[in-house]
Design a protein around this ligand. Sequence first.
Ligand SMILES: [Zn+2]
Length: 152
Amino acid sequence: MIYSSRESIVRRPKRMHFVDLTPYTYSSKQDDTPTMNIGWLDIAVPFERGSVPAGFVERLKTLIQNPYARTRGFHACQFCDDLQAALHCADDIERKLYEDCHADGRFSSAEIRVRGKDGRQYAAPRMIAHYVEVHGYKPPEEFIEAVMQGDR
Ligand SMILES: [Zn+2]
């Protein structure tokens, strides 16, 4: 999807929801590696919460510094109440909000890949680090293991 301005991006956050560990089909930039969805949350669908190992969030934050691909749109965190309220404010506030959120990870405009066992990999939105750190999202165990064992 092509947006003409930042304002339109902010005003109409797009919803992208995929169940964890279902086959990934979102991006057209695909290779032959079996790829599973992780962390494509939606406010209408309950998600797993719980504690994650020490260092997990830090590893995710490192991973999102080097995204695999840009996504086709921008997605704003649906779980931040203040963010959802501010999306309906004046343009100058939106612009500031957009910049702040991009810096702190509440907007996702990219996705990452994590290598797992048995030749599979995982595709997650950039926002996954924010989901884990701020909203208590606990990804499937095999994804946590893959992140913790990764050499990046
Ligand atoms: Zn949030």
